[in-house]
Write a protein that binds this ligand. Structure first.
Ligand code: ZN
Length: 408
């Protein structure tokens, strides 16, 4: 796997990731992968995903949502790998990450020899040998190496330890890979760790670049933390330009613009899933076509909560606080009799067939179809945003596109 830059605009890399496989697959960047849980797009069947989306680059599967079920034992018996097991189309690569980007980073459970991965069944410690067995049975096309990710705010000692452990895991995996044809067929990405320590980030980036990795995953930098752009730039400055850089995590469009300008190539679509979980519909049109957010929204929910003291509503509030200006809360009473589509002008299935009032009704009655329709729309908006971004970069209209988009 190699990265070929076609042009660079305002620091953004516009190019192609070329695979060395027999089909000579390539992906245009900036690219966005399909975020999955348990190997499927959240709330959607494979048929719906295939029918409605074709402009995402690859499928992002996460270890926490797969290690328990189906788990490596089932896949080892099956023998053909996760892609075929899940019915993922051959044209899409499968990228496996160690963490789920929608989960909080819990680094205190990681140890020198293993990393803790969490799912609904609890915690599972995974060491390098187990990770290698997982890779051999899952057979993803691209895999992030086992890593000790720490969030910002950790001590210098902990940040240093995260780099030491991550490099040790990588060396052990690469050593084993030399003698295994199966492992050689998987492109291994090295993680750039180090928390918010610039020194450790540089050390990790420089050391990882010296190893035989196909690309890099910049981990543990949250766009909500201070100086995240400077930290990201520091990492990228120390990475070679001929290999792709992945940056998983829920990202709003303004964060995507910033990360792109730092030199990131590949993102995932977990932000669209988080918006759906909040009962929100994304509106990623340029600013002039975007609905204004509901000004009374949070107060409205607070009042309701006071009245009922319901725990569920309290949880809703904490979710709603995270709501960004690119989302409309369709559960708001103002949409009860609103017969327009989620986003006027959106060509997705949900918008061409249903109204805000219908989806409001589905949310009120807790029908799962609400999430299905919102997920179709939100993925459509998110992937279309990336498509417009690539077009703007190719047509030299990036600055105008960005200004139009971010204007409030
Ligand atoms: Zn739509």
């Amino acid at each position: 796997m190699e990265f070929h830059e076609i042009k660079s605009v305002a620091g953004c890399r516009c190019g192609e990731i070329r695979f060395n496989n027999s089909e000579r697959q390539k992906i245009n960047t900036p690219a966005c992968m399909l975020y999955t849980r348990g190997g499927a797009a959240p709330y959607l069947t494979n048929e719906l995903t295939e029918d409605f989306f074709d402009d995402y680059a690859g499928v992002h599967v996460t270890l926490p949502t797969l290690f328990q079920y189906p788990g490596p034992d089932v896949l080892q018996t099956y023998g053909k790998g996760i892609s075929e097991f899940l019915g993922i189309q051959k044209k899409n690569f499968v990228f496996m990450s160690v963490y789920d980007p929608t989960q909080e980073i819990q680094c205190s459970y990681n140890e020198d020899k293993n990393v803790s991965v969490w799912n609904s069944g609890g915690r599972k410690k995974i060491n390098v040998d187990q990770f290698i067995e997982i890779l051999k049975s899952f057979k993803p096309n691209i895999a992030q190496c086992l890593c000790d990710t720490v969030p910002s705010g950790e001590s210098c000692k902990r940040n240093r330890k995260s780099v030491d452990r991550t490099l040790k895991f990588l060396d052990e995996l690469l050593e084993c890979r030399k003698n295994s044809d199966m492992l050689k067929s998987i492109e291994i990405l090295g993680s750039v760790e180090g928390g918010d320590s610039e020194t450790e980030r540089v050390r990790c980036a420089v050391e990882t670049s010296k190893r035989e990795v196909a690309g890099f995953v910049v981990e543990g930098i949250e766009p909500s933390s201070q100086n995240w752009e400077e930290l990201l730039k520091t990492c990228i400055k120390n990475l070679p330009s001929d290999r792709p850089r992945f940056f998983p995590g829920p990202m709003t469009p303004d964060h995507i613009f910033s990360a792109l300008e730092c030199g990131i190539d590949v993102f995932d679509s977990s932000f669209a899933y988080e918006a759906t979980r909040r009962g929100c519909s994304l509106n990623l049109q340029c600013s002039s076509k975007r609905c204004k957010p509901e000004l009374n929204h949070t107060n409205d929910v607070t009042e309701k909560c006071k009245a009922t003291q319901s725990k569920e509503l309290e949880e809703n509030i904490s979710e709603n606080i995270k709501k960004t200006r690119f989302e409309m809360n369709i559960a708001n009473i103002r949409y009860k009799e609103d017969f327009s589509s989620l986003v006027i002008g959106c060509s997705c299935y949900s918008c061409t067939n249903h109204t805000r009032a219908y989806i409001y009704h589905l949310l009120e009655t807790k029908e799962m179809l609400a999430e299905v329709l919102l997920m179709i729309h939100n993925f459509h908006q998110y992937f279309s945003f990336f498509k417009k971004l690539r077009e703007a970069l190719n047509n030299d209209t990036y600055e105008t596109f960005k200004q139009d988009f971010l204007r409030t």
